[in-house]
Design a protein around this ligand. Structure first.
Ligand SMILES: Cc1cc2nc3c(=O)[nH]c(=O)nc-3n(C[C@H](O)[C@H](O)[C@H](O)COP(=O)(O)OP(=O)(O)OC[C@H]3O[C@@H](n4cnc5c(N)ncnc54)[C@H](O)[C@@H]3O)c2cc1C
Length: 384
């Protein structure tokens, strides 16, 4: 399932203008739906349909599978960044769902067999929405198998699963009888067992984040994807975080824009104190953009030391988190209580962004990046 760089670059060049034109034309509808979906259990049906119509859901597929390699071929890194950023700016919840879809396809292309990757491509063409469900509690997902090649019997559940009631093709991690972490593609039909989380999330309510119980489901042995431990294999395990950063960057874009228009609408944008905050917010936004671009190029490039890749994306993740939190603080101070008015767009975007910035193990992420680069130089993503 690979293309030569030239093929990928050509197909991306042909494809991008149409994709982005169609997406831009859809953004007002996607933004409007984000407001309507700010409630528990909501799901951006229209946004997903518009992404599908624009060709965004098939864009990550390699050219040989009828896609354009955005986010799966080195030449498509910045195209995917642009796509995730635009979607995140319009609706962070839709961005999260789209990012999960891209992540699952990336893993299937990277670790799946040619048959599995082609099967995924066919499913996307037939309207499938992929997702990646990893997070679990004490009742984590596991499977048993009588003999090699026999069907897989599933037990246990996934938590905080985006699109728990809508994703048709979740790629999940599951514990094998030997205790290994395996990836498994579990297409769901009328055997879906989704439920709400015990408590609501404050933000990202439009991503239908829930619990999915797999207990009792049986899948063929070829549902397993890759080898034991592939999901946790570095640098891919850490590197994939750049896509979530790109979505969060879109949220930062939106918030900075709402901040500036909010100040202007009250005639407060010429005040020097507010201008300091505007300047600081713009700096934070651009910091996040530069780090995300670097992370995308290093993660998707094929010429970097794997340890450099993982550590660069780790540092970038924390830089983007810090930038997002800085912007939230500046907006709260600058707009005051009007940033807290329930039902306002700025209040929702802040809530969504603050929730979305909660990514796994931030302490470990920073410390691992720091430990690797102490005494070393970060890779130059733009070096020829
Ligand atoms: C909107 C939304 C959608 C999501 N969708 C999905 C999805 O589709 N699929 C999926 O798999 N997951 C999903 N998740 C879950 C997500 O991937 C993360 O698991 C989750 O956001 C982790 O957040 P956390 O703050 O609880 O992280 P934690 O890792 O628990 O971090 C919380 C704090 O504890 C610290 N910490 C971590 N480990 C330790 C330790 N051992 N000892 C001491 N301190 C520790 C961290 O550094 C941090 O300070 C989603 C989450 C959200 C918010």
């Amino acid at each position: 399932m690979t293309t030569t760089p030239d093929t990928a670059a050509t197909s991306i060049a042909l494809f991008e203008p149409a994709l982005f034109d169609r997406l831009r034309a859809s953004l007002p509808e996607i933004e409007a739906e984000a407001g309507r979906c700010d409630r528990d259990g909501a799901f951006p049906e229209q946004g997903i349909a518009l992404l599908r119509e624009a060709g965004a859901l098939s864009a990550p597929l390699p050219a040989t599978a009828g896609g354009f390699g955005l986010g799966t071929e080195p030449a498509g890194a910045l195209g995917m960044l642009r796509l995730l950023r635009l979607v995140g700016a319009a609706n962070l919840s839709l961005g999260r769902l789209f990012e999960g879809h891209v992540n699952a396809l990336k893993l299937l292309v990277r670790y799946g067999t040619a048959v599995q990757a082609q099967g995924a491509a066919n499913a996307v063409r037939d309207g499938a929405l992929f997702g990646i469900w990893v997070t679990e509690g004490t009742d984590g997902l596991r499977y048993t198998q009588d003999v090699p090649g026999a069907p897989l019997r599933l037990e246990g559940a996934k938590l905080f699963a985006s699109g728990a009631a809508q994703v048709t093709h979740p790629l999940v991690t599951a514990r094998s009888p030997d205790g290994d972490t395996r990836m498994m593609l579990v297409p769901l039909r009328d055997d879906r067992q989704a439920s709400a989380m015990p408590a609501s999330l404050a933000g990202m309510r439009g991503a239908c984040t829930g619990r999915h119980d797999f207990s009792g489901l049986v899948r063929p042995a070829d549902a397993l994807v890759g080898a034991p431990g592939d999901y946790l294999r570095q640098p891919e395990f850490s590197a994939g975080a750049w896509r979530g950063m790109a979505v969060a960057l879109g949220g930062i874009d939106r918030l900075v824009s709402l901040f500036c228009t909010g100040l202007a609408s009250r005639g407060r944008d010429n005040n020097p104190h507010q201008q300091v905050r505007i300047g600081e917010a713009l700096i934070a936004q651009e910091t996040a953009a530069l780090w995300t671009r670097k992370a995308a190029l290093v993660a998707e490039g094929d010429r970097f030391d794997p340890a450099d890749v993982a550590a660069t994306v780790n540092l970038a993740r924390i830089a983007c988190e810090t930038a997002g939190l800085d912007v939230i603080r500046l907006v709260q101070r600058g707009l005051g209580l009007s940033a807290f008015l329930a039902g306002s767009e700025v209040e929702r975007v802040m809530r969504d962004l603050a929730t979305y910035l909660r990514q796994p193990a931030p302490d470990e992420t920073l410390v691992e990046g720091a430990a690797w680069f102490a005494g070393r130089t970060l890779p130059d993503a733009d070096a020829a």
